[in-house]
Design a protein around this ligand. Sequence first.
Ligand SMILES: Cc1cc2nc3c(=O)[nH]c(=O)nc-3n(C[C@H](O)[C@H](O)[C@H](O)COP(=O)(O)OP(=O)(O)OC[C@H]3O[C@@H](n4cnc5c(N)ncnc54)[C@H](O)[C@@H]3O)c2cc1C
Length: 465
Amino acid sequence: MKETKEGIDRYLQDESNSKSVNVEEVCVPEGAADLSFFLKHTKKQFTVFGGGTGIAGGATARGGIIVSTEKFNRIKINQKEKTAEAGAGVKLFELHAELEKYGLWYPVDSTEQTSSIGGNAATNAWGTRSYKYGSIRNFITELGVVTAAGDYLEIKRGGLKADGLIFNAEGNVFEIMDLSDKEGVKNSAGYYMRKNMDLIDLFIGCEGTLGIISDLKLRLLDTPLDIHAFMLPFLERGKAFDFVKRLKEHIRLKPLSLEFMDENSVELLRDKFAFPAGRICLVFTEFEEKSEIMDEFLEFVESEGIDTDRVKTESALKKQGFIYDAREALPQTVNEIIRHNKTLKISTDFSVTDENFSELVKEYYNALGKTVVKHVVFGHAGNNNLHINFMPENRPQQEEAVLIYDLLAKKAAAMGGSVSAEHGIGKHKKKYLKYMYNEEQINAMREVKKYFDPDNLSCPGNIFD
Ligand SMILES: Cc1cc2nc3c(=O)[nH]c(=O)nc-3n(C[C@H](O)[C@H](O)[C@H](O)COP(=O)(O)OP(=O)(O)OC[C@H]3O[C@@H](n4cnc5c(N)ncnc54)[C@H](O)[C@@H]3O)c2cc1C
């Protein structure tokens, strides 16, 4: 237990800049058994705090107890099996450092390295390389979960599947609803529910509402010999998106990542990075080492009318160098400006299917063309998931940015898209979840929660009220 005010302060805020209120205490259990004992005897509402890098306010509490997973920090690598068993509190950078010793690779790697692997599982995190490898969901083979009642569940992929929409675990029965119409959309909003689904997938992305993930097992890949990163400049935004579209349709070229940075982003970073001249936007892409593919990619670039002398290339296995520095500097610079302006970070995380992407981009630029609020547009173009980051200079501009966010959330949802492709719903995006799912669908999620947590103790207020 942490007792001093200084001791608990760092658990009371996440990267969304919202703060916990009325927290009674912070509990830092030693492991699953300790946590189980604590929950069996406490019977109070609690909120799980992993790395605190979430940007939807999910790790902040409205009363009750904060449970930190920081001591769940054991890592065990099985080189032969190519798996890692990790405590939920293991930070991404710690996992990578350990895997490096064994030549093994976890390619999802959500951008923020101080996030915990348990938090990544709870939010179904994605990374730049998710264009090829998808989210953490694709790599989790086992989960250890401590429920609000203090019971420990060992959930193995393949261990229990729904029969249609019914789960039956030795006579304990509950029902789900099929939400598979979101298939094909990058999505981390609300519960994952599908016909004949695996139980483990229900817990991935549930943002702590069904219990506390104490440990997990990940499948791993061999580290590639190298990764080649390319940065391509475009004088016209439309051409950049055409390039992205054609690369996605290419039969043999299968990039690891496919990212976009608009003209405002480039101008914002120009003082710090020697980008090619002109008011340009950029496309980043990466490939695993295969020399014949590299040649084919450069031929493809030439055939698209791009001067290969203006294309920057570097080795990106360690995610270091100009291209990565520029990519990472962007959200950091935006955050600095927002802190300086003392306004809120308003950042969209919408996604749609391939078919609807150009329509959504058109809607973005229609809306952005009418505002004076400064903004940048960047992110995961390959997954049809661009982030608009607004940098309001005062309260009225902040309110205007919120209105634009709201309008575009409705547009994305109306196209069958997601209002939260990778950041979760937490406490801040519940309103937008209602644009995406109707009351009946959200009630079906509530019913599942009631089954696992009838007294609403685990992360109350996340995803839905
Ligand atoms: C600069 C920056 C870049 C980012 N880039 C990406 C990105 O590329 N892709 C991406 O997906 N996200 C990104 N994020 C968001 C964030 O890093 C992810 O959401 C991450 O998965 C959160 O992990 P965490 O350990 O920090 O979780 P926290 O912030 O501590 O918690 C997030 C949610 O998960 C719950 N939770 C945490 N641990 C557990 C657990 N063990 N069991 C049950 N519930 C738990 C919390 O209650 C909360 O609801 C970024 C954030 C920042 C600040």
